[in-house]
Design a protein. Structure first.
Length: 496
C-alpha cells in the first residue's frame, strides 16, 4: 500500500474527494448517495483533465500531481487562505491585494516543486497521499456513523379525530386558486415598528383590489420548510422537538411531499401547477429546484467560486434572475388561458429574502454590494429588495385579476424578517424576545368577497381549512393560531 502511495500521484484526486466529503459532513441529510457520487465523479473528471494537461507540459507524473494538488487546494480553500492573509494584515484580505499575493505564493511553490529531485518529489507525493487519504477515511467513517446511527426524524402531524372532508363534489364550478409565497415578507406593522419603513401603500393596494389583509397575521413557524409544510398539511407538527435545526430541513420537505391539500385538490379535479422551490409527489417543481443550488453552495462555500463572479453568476444571475422572469411569465400565461380546467398554482419566490440582488427600481446590484453582509446593510438591502418585490406583486396580481375564471388568491410571507445576530445585541435580544420574525404578510382575495370566516390574526395553518370549507365542501375545524419557535433544537409554543 505504501509503495502505491509513494509511486502514484493520487494527491489532487484525494484532495478533491476529501473536499466533497468534508463539505457535507454537517449537512449529510441534504445529499443522497447518488447525488454525492455524481458530484465526486464530476470533480474527479475535471481534475483528470487538468492532470492530463499539466502532465503534457511537465512530462513527470509525480510533479504534475504535486502542481495540481497546489491548484486544487487553492480552488477549494480560497476563502480559508484569504482569511489567513487577513490575520497578517487586514489589507491582505482585499482581493486587489490577495490575488497578486496568492499568485506570487503559487509561483513560489511551483518553482519549489520544479527544483525538487526525484527522491524529494516522491517523498512529498507520498506525504500528500497519506495525509489526504487519512482525511478521506476519517470523514468517510464520520459519514458512515451518521448513516448507521441516524435517528429517524420523520416529522409527523397532530392526529385528528375524523376525516373532515365530506367527499361530496356538489360544487361543480370551483374557483382557480393561486397561492403566492414571497419568502420572508414581513407585515407592514412589523416593518414600521422595527425599521421605520412605511409599507402601508402595499396594504392600500390590496384593499383597493378587494383583498382582505390580515394585519395581525403571524407565521406558525419561523423557517420556510416547516412553515410551508404546516400550511399545505393544514396542521401542526406533533414531534418537532425531535428535529435538529437546520439539519432536518429535508425532513420538513419530506413531510410536505404528499401533503393533505394536494390530495384534496386532486379529489376535486384540480390541475396543479408547482412553481415553488419544492418538489411534491407527482408534481416536481416546474422552476429550477432550490435544493440542488443550495447543495452546490454547501460544497463550494469556501472555494474560489465563493469570492469570484463565477458563483455569483452561476447561482444568482442564472438562478434568481432567470427564475423570477420565467416563473412570473408562466404563471401569467396559465391564468390567461381560459381553456385550462380549474387550477391550483403554487408560486414561491425567494423575495424579499436574501440574497439581496435587486435594487429598489429592479436593477441588478453589482457583486461588491451583494457580498456586503453586515446586518445594518442587510436591513437596508432587504427594504430595497422589498420595494422591488412590491412591484412584482402588483404587476402579477393586477394581471391575475384580469383572468375570466372565478379565483382565490393568497399572497403571503412564509415568515417575517429574521434579523441577524450581528445586530446590536440589545436590539437583537428584544427582537427575538418579541418573536418579531413571525409577523408576516397575509392577504386574501375571494372572488365573491365573502370574508366572514377570515379574521385579523389568522395564521397560515387555517388558510386552506377556511378555503376548503367555503369552496370545496369540506368541514374542517379551525385550529388555534399558534407560533412555534424552534431554538436550540427545541420548541417553545407561543400563543398570541
Amino acid at each position: 500500500m505504501l509503495r502505491i502511495l509513494k509511486k502514484y500521484p493520487f494527491g489532487p484526486f484525494l484532495i478533491a474527494i476529501f473536499s466533497c466529503i468534508h463539505g457535507i459532513t454537517n449537512f449529510y441529510e441534504w445529499f443522497s448517495f447518488s447525488e454525492w457520487i455524481v458530484l465526486v465523479l464530476t470533480v474527479l473528471f475535471c481534475a483528470g483533465i487538468l492532470f492530463t494537461a499539466v502532465y503534457f507540459i511537465s512530462k513527470s507524473a509525480i510533479k504534475s500531481g504535486l502542481f495540481l494538488s497546489e491548484l486544487v487546494i487553492i480552488f477549494f480553500y480560497f476563502v480559508y487562505l484569504q482569511d489567513g492573509a487577513k490575520l497578517v494584515w487586514t489589507g491582505f484580505g482585499k482581493l486587489s491585494f490577495f490575488i497578486p499575493l496568492l499568485l506570487l505564493f503559487a509561483l513560489t511553490v511551483f518553482f519549489f516543486i520544479k527544483r525538487l529531485n526525484e527522491q524529494q518529489s516522491t517523498k512529498l507525493n507520498e506525504f500528500i497521499n497519506i495525509l489526504f487519504l487519512t482525511y478521506v477515511i476519517v470523514d468517510a467513517v464520520i459519514l458512515s456513523y451518521h448513516g448507521i446511527t441516524k435517528k429517524e426524524a420523520k416529522l409527523k402531524f397532530k392526529a385528528e379525530a375524523v376525516s373532515e372532508y365530506k367527499g361530496g363534489l356538489s360544487i361543480t364550478a370551483k374557483p382557480d386558486i393561486y397561492f403566492f409565497v414571497f419568502d420572508e415578507y414581513a407585515s407592514s406593522a412589523a416593518m414600521k415598528e422595527n425599521f421605520g419603513f412605511d409599507n402601508s401603500a402595499m396594504d392600500s393596494f390590496f384593499k383597493a383590489k378587494d383583498f382582505f389583509v390580515a394585519n395581525k397575521s403571524r407565521s406558525n413557524y419561523g423557517a420556510t420548510p416547516f412553515s410551508i409544510s404546516s400550511t399545505l398539511n393544514m396542521n401542526y407538527f406533533k414531534n418537532l422537538e425531535d428535529s435538529r435545526y437546520p439539519q432536518d430541513f429535508p425532513a420538513a420537505c419530506e413531510s410536505m411531499y404528499s401533503n393533505k391539500l394536494f390530495i384534496l385538490l386532486q379529489q376535486n379535479g384540480y390541475k396543479i401547477y408547482n412553481y415553488s422551490i419544492f418538489d411534491f409527489n407527482g408534481y416536481p417543481s416546474l422552476a429550477k429546484n432550490f435544493a440542488s443550488d443550495l447543495r452546490i453552495r454547501i460544497v463550494f462555500s469556501k472555494s474560489i467560486l465563493h469570492a469570484s463572479e463565477v458563483l455569483y453568476d452561476m447561482l444568482v444571475q442564472n438562478y434568481y434572475f432567470e427564475r423570477l422572469s420565467n416563473t412570473v411569465r408562466d404563471v401569467k400565461q396559465i391564468a390567461a388561458d381560459s381553456m385550462l380546467p380549474q387550477k391550483f398554482v403554487y408560486m414561491h419566490l425567494l423575495l424579499p429574502h436574501a440574497p439581496f440582488i435587486y435594487n429598489a427600481d429592479g436593477s441588478h446590484r453589482n457583486q461588491s454590494d451583494y457580498n456586503r453582509t453586515s446586518d445594518s446593510y442587510s436591513q437596508k438591502s432587504y427594504i430595497n429588495q422589498l420595494i422591488y418585490t412590491n412591484k412584482v406583486i402588483k404587476d402579477l396580481v393586477t394581471d391575475i385579476l384580469k383572468s375570466k375564471h372565478e379565483k382565490i388568491i393568497i399572497v403571503e410571507g412564509d415568515h417575517g424578517y429574521r434579523m441577524g445576530s450581528k445586530t446590536d445585541k440589545k436590539r437583537f435580544d428584544e427582537y427575538m424576545k418579541k418573536r418579531e420574525f413571525f409577523r408576516n404578510l397575509n392577504a386574501y382575495y375571494f372572488y365573491d368577497h365573502n370574508y366572514t370566516k377570515l379574521y385579523d390574526s389568522i395564521t397560515a395553518v387555517n388558510s386552506f381549512r377556511i378555503i376548503s370549507n367555503q369552496y370545496l365542501n369540506s368541514d374542517y375545524k379551525l385550529l388555534k393560531d399558534t407560533c412555534i419557535h424552534m431554538q436550540n433544537f427545541a420548541v417553545e409554543p407561543d400563543d398570541y
